[in-house]
Design a protein around this ligand. Structure first.
Ligand code: PEP
Ligand code: MN
Length: 366
């Protein structure tokens, strides 16, 4: 796949690339006023949803094509560039016809390979940057697949937007960030610009700053932030939008750190610390291997005595003691419990294998 890094896009975006604008274009006046407010803080690319994929019907579904004419007018008046979401081939043709500068594929579309393929076909031969949001479910392959489909028709200016993953579990965020997924995407496609969408991760303007800072600390290439002249009265996503003034403050207060340093002392000290970490990780692996040996011995012993793999009371004891140890050691008990459940799950699977496999076939197999 040939994917250009931001510098190759030739639309004046450089790291950290900031895109801001309303969730939805509502009226020409709202679009113009919001855009002017954003321009005032030095941002040149405005986002505006005009076809809104709503989870349930009867919510505001965007004003549609009419807003493309507003965009053209605002472009003429301000010189700003515009990004819009496209979900069908018709959206692609109309947006390009009305000189939209950047397209993005929404999270709901990315989940559907048929929809993405149709969008991709409509993009064949077009030289326009396309940003692909992660699918709403935490499936890296679907995200990669959508990027691949768009790359396959010859688009090279492709970026990825991380907008979080929906979850049944109630958390402080509207969509769980699951940072490891976008970071793995970036590992696999190392030139792709990775842009964080804190607005759709948070669902609440109070957390926009902290999530934006997290993204900057993870060396993201940019941010896309929903911004509205009057957020409380926005026609969609009112709770997560911020004013251009607040956006200015967020961007000013963010700490932009460099991805690495050429300083000799820095390199030497970090090198030593990394060696220590390598050492500790190796010990951790050796200890897990020792633990697994004992797990096997226990499995054989339970098998010999015809006792189940799992004992409820023991599990209760384990959960209490491990939680207590985590607290005593100053570790996050929730994280340690998640980690422990992975180790314990592998142990259970190993013992189940031992239970249900003839003794002479057990050694070495998993
Ligand atoms: C949006 O950006 O307004 C939007 C609909 O986002 P998502 O596709 O991430 O839900
Ligand atoms: Mn939105």
């Amino acid at each position: 796949m040939k994917i250009e890094s931001l510098e190759g896009w030739n639309i004046g975006l450089k790291k950290p690339a900031i895109i801001a604008g309303p969730c939805s274009a509502e009226t020409e006046e709202q679009l113009l006023e919001t855009s002017l407010g954003i321009k005032e803080i030095g941002i040149e690319i405005i986002r505006a949803g005009i076809w809104k994929p709503r989870t349930r019907p009867n919510n505001f579904e965007g004003v549609g094509e009419e807003a493309l004419r507003w965009i053209q007018n605002v472009k003429k008046e301000t010189g700003l560039k515009f990004a819009v979401e496209v979900a069908t081939p018709k959206h692609v043709y109309e947006a390009i016809k009305h000189s939209v500068d950047i397209l993005w594929v929404g999270a709901r579309s990315t989940t559907n390979p048929f929809a993405v393929q149709e969008i991709a076909e409509a993009l064949r031969g077009a030289d326009i940057p396309v940003l692909v949001k992660n699918p709403i479910n935490p499936d890296l392959a679907l995200w990669l697949g959508a990027i691949e489909r768009i790359s396959n028709v010859g688009v090279t200016k492709i970026g990825a937007i991380h907008r979080g993953f929906s979850s049944f579990k109630q958390t402080k965020y509207r969509n769980l960030p699951m940072w490891q997924i976008p970071l793995e995407l970036k590992r696999q496609l190392n030139t792709i610009p990775l842009i964080c969408d804190p607005s759709h991760i948070c669902g609440n303007r109070d957390y926009i700053f902290e999530v934006s800072q997290n993204a900057m600390d993870l060396d993201y290439d940019g941010l896309i932030i929903e911004t509205h002249r009057d957020p409380e009265n926005a026609w969609s996503d009112a709770a997560q939008q911020i004013t251009p003034e607040t956006l200015g403050a967020v961007l000013k207060n963010l700490k932009y750190r460099k991805p690495t340093s050429k300083d000799r002392d820095f390199i030497a000290i970090l090198g030593e610390l990394r060696e220590e970490i390598d050492h500790i990780d190796k010990e951790l692996f050796e200890i897990i291997a020792q633990r697994m040996d004992i797990v096997e011995k226990m499995g054989l012993y339970k098998k010999k005595n015809n006792v189940t793999v799992f004992q409820k009371n023991r599990w209760q004891e384990i959960s209490e003691s491990r939680n207590k140890w985590a607290v005593e050691l100053g570790l996050n008990p929730e994280f340690m419990w998640d980690l422990f459940k992975l180790i314990h799950g592998a142990s259970i699977r190993r013992q189940e294998f031992i239970m249900n496999t003839p003794i002479d076939k057990i050694n070495g197999a998993t």
